[in-house]
Design a protein around this ligand. Sequence first.
Ligand code: DSN
Length: 445
Amino acid sequence: MEEMGHYNVGFGLDGKGVGESDPEVAELLKRELDRQSSTLQLIASENFTSPAVLAAMGSVLTNKYAEGYPRRRYYGGNTVVDEIEELARQRACALFGAEHANVQPHSGANANLAAYMALLEPGDTVLAMRLDQGGHLTHGSPVSITGKTYRFVSYGVNPITEMIDLDQVADLARAEHPKLIVAGATSYPRVIDPRPFREIADEVGAFLMFDAAHPAGLIAGGVHPNPVGLADVVTFTTHKTLRGPRGGAILCRAELAKAVDSAVFPGLQGGPLEHVIAAKAVAFGEASKPDFREYARQVLVNTSYLAQSLAEEGFRLVSGGTENHLMLLDLRSFNADLTGKQAQEALDLAGITCNRNQIPGDPRSPFVTSGLRIGTAAETTAGMKETEMAQIARVISRVLAHPEDRDVLLEVREEVKQLCAKFPPYPTDSPLPGIGQAVSKSLED
Ligand code: DSN
C-alpha cells in the first residue's frame, strides 16, 4: 500500500479525491487500484479502460434522468444528454457499419434479453450454445430468465474437434424450427464465423442474433469477421476486448430499430446511465483509431503465444489452440487431480488472476471444474508482448506444479509484482480523473 500513496483515487471536479470526504471508501479504491496494478489480470472478459473512459464515467452526467431516447425524452433538461447519446449511437454505427445502435443496455445480459424481447414472444423456440459448452447464462440456461421465458434448444461443440458443431446446429434448426438462432459464446477460443449461421437461419426462416460480447474489440479492430449485415441483431458488451466502460449495446437493421429500442426502454430498463453512455462514446472513438487495430492484432499474437507456451508446459488446450483473446486449459493433462478451483485459488495467491471454467464434457461441476480460462486483453492494453507471455506461462506452470507450496507462491507473487511494475495500466505521474497523482492528502496522512 505504501508505494501507492501518491495516487489520487476518485479525483473530483473540485480537484479533491474521494479521500478528502470519505477516506474509508477511498482506501478501498486505492487497494483495488493497487491490486489491478500489481497482479496479473488474465480474466478474459476484463480490460483496463483509458483514463478518458474513467473520467466520463465519473462525470456530472450521473445526475441526469433521461428516460426515452434523443429528442423523445420524458424529462426536461436533456439537450446536452441528447447530443451525448446521439454521438455514442453514431460512433457505434460507424465503428461496426450498422444502421442502428442502442447504447442504453446496462449490461450484456440486458442487451441479450432486450434482443429476445424485440424478436420473440414468450414460449418461442431459440437455438443457442449451451453454457457448459462455451455459451452464456443468457443463452437459455434454466436458471436464467431467458431459459424460463423462451424455449431454448442447445447446440454444442464437436466432442473430437471441440469446435462448434455446425452440422448439429443445422440438424437442430431443421428439426426444431427456431424463431431465432443465437451465435456467440463466452468461453470459446475460436473465431465464430457468422456466415454459416446466416445460411442455416435463412434455410429455416429464423432470425439470427450474434452475441459479440467477447470479440467486439477484435471485430472493431478488424481481426475477426464482422457479423453486422449478416446477423439481424448484434449484441455486445463494451468492457471486454472493446476496452470501454462496463455496459452493453445492441446493433440492428433500421427496420428493427423501433422494436429494439422499445424493448430496452420501456420494456426492460428505466433511466439510462448517461455517464456510462458518454464513456461508451469515448471508447467507440478510441476503437476507431489506428492504434486500436494494432492493439487487436497484438491481442491475437499474445494469446496465441501464451497458449503455445502453456502447451509446451504440458497443458492441453481445448480445441487445440486459440484464434481470439482467450484460451481454455484442460488441467487434467498437467495433473489429473488438480481442479480448476484449486488452480484458480493457488494462482490468486501468487498474484495471477484468472477464472476456473468448465471444459466441454467436463466431469466436474461448474463450481469445481477441470479447466481454466485465460485471456490477454487486459495485459496487452498494459503493453505486454511475447516476452512477457513466455514469462507468464512459466509462472503459471510453476504455481500449478506446486499449488500448495507457500514458498513457491510467495516467490511467484514477487516475480509477478516486478513484472507488473514494468507495465502500469495507468499513468502514475499525472493528475487524471480517477487515478491521477497526489491530491488525496487525507489518504497520505
Ligand atoms: N461474465 C462474463 C464472462 O466472464 O465472460 C460473461 O457474462
